[in-house]
Design a binder for this molecule. Structure first.
Ligand code: AHM
Ligand code: MG
Length: 315
């Protein structure tokens, strides 16, 4: 019998507590992937007509994915609140406001790929509340550094649907098997290769990058001869970076002076996974996981990849 998501219960100090929540992520992923596959037939592609708190146009599928994810977190009974890239405020699950865990989520990452049938993903992390469970969970419960994250992961909606996660003891990838309707362990103990692979960045922004990043990337290219790949969906770009090696970066630029990617929904969970896969996760002069978050929707520059390659890039 292949191992399924139940395998998480056997891992680390927190595996058994995390397993039902990650099972909930798995159910959300199955529903979201079904919605994505049928979207064109239901007229569900395109803009929802609103903006999220970041001032970005929400797509209908962003909104639907957010609803599905929240619903599945509620159904676990172990989640007291969810912080979502698509919601301005922390969403408290009233029925379970006494529960111990909060989940942070980017329900549909890379949604600009939807119009071209390109890959998209879901990114999540799980923290334990700081407030007493007799109190209502508070936004301060979400402002925990990556060193306090208990579990994190992502779902990649590509040719297959894969759930990649870590409870702090390495990284495992589970692929959804339509024949058994389960996520089955397909990529045990994922480790980033120490050398080779690709650099992955939106290089059209190079002349606007801050911190001398243009020259630094040129130096990396001449030192390593790395090839280049860029999907424009962080989950897909990170997944390839972990499996094939190299570095994924989104530096600060003159438009996004503190970077584009969100600390709590993108940088910390992906930084956690990258470190657990044996790689390095840097922001500007600090490891991503050491950053103390100050706001729910804070943005930071990110440099995630194999240790030596990140060091060569950042100098
Ligand atoms: P989203 O969460 O609103 O989809 O935005 C995040 C995405 C990442 O998936 C991706 O790495 C990045 O934005 C791409 O940005 P750009 O189009 O500027 O290269
Ligand atoms: Mg995103």
């Amino acid at each position: 019998m292949p191992l399924t998501l139940n395998n998480i219960a056997t891992q680390g100090k927190h595996g058994s507590a995390m397993m039902p929540i990650i099972q909930g992520v798995g159910r959300a992923a199955i529903e979201i992937s079904a919605v994505l596959r049928g979207a064109v037939f239901r007229g569900a592609l395109g803009q929802a007509g609103g903006e999220n708190v970041q001032g970005e146009q929400q797509q209908l599928l962003d909104v639907l994915s957010d609803e599905i994810f929240l619903d599945e977190m509620r159904s676990t009974g172990f989640v007291c609140a969810v912080g979502s890239e698509e919601q301005e405020e922390l969403l408290v699950i009233d029925e379970y406001s006494h529960a111990d865990y909060l989940v942070l989520v980017d329900p549909l990452d890379g949604s600009s790929n939807l119009d071209v049938d390109g890959p998209v993903g879901t990114i999540f992390s799980i923290v334990k509340r700081k407030t007493a469970n007799t109190e209502r969970p508070h936004v301060s419960d979400t402002l925990q550094s990556g060193r306090e994250v208990i579990a994190a992961g992502y779902v990649l909606y590509g040719p297959s649907t894969m759930l990649v996660c870590s409870v702090g003891e390495g990284v495992d990838g589970y692929t959804f098997n339509p024949a058994t309707a389960r996520f089955e362990l397909s990529h045990g103990d994922m480790r980033i290769p120490a050398s080779g692979g690709y650099y992955s960045v939106n290089e059209s922004n190079a002349d606007q990058w801050l911190d001398g990043m243009g020259a630094k990337l040129e130096h990396l290219k001449s030192e390593t001869g790395l090839g280049m790949r860029y999907v424009g969906a962080m989950v897909a770009d990170m997944h390839r970076t972990i499996l094939k090696g190299g570095v994924f970066l989104y530096p600060a630029d003159s438009k996004n002076k503190t970077g584009k990617l969100r600390l709590l929904y993108e940088a910390i969970p992906m930084g956690f996974i990258m470190e657990q896969a044996g790689g390095k996760a840097m922001s500007s002069g600090i490891e991503v996981l050491d950053i103390q978050p100050e706001a729910l929707h804070q943005r930071v520059p990110v440099y995630l990849g194999a240790g030596k390659i990140v060091d060569t890039l950042l100098g």
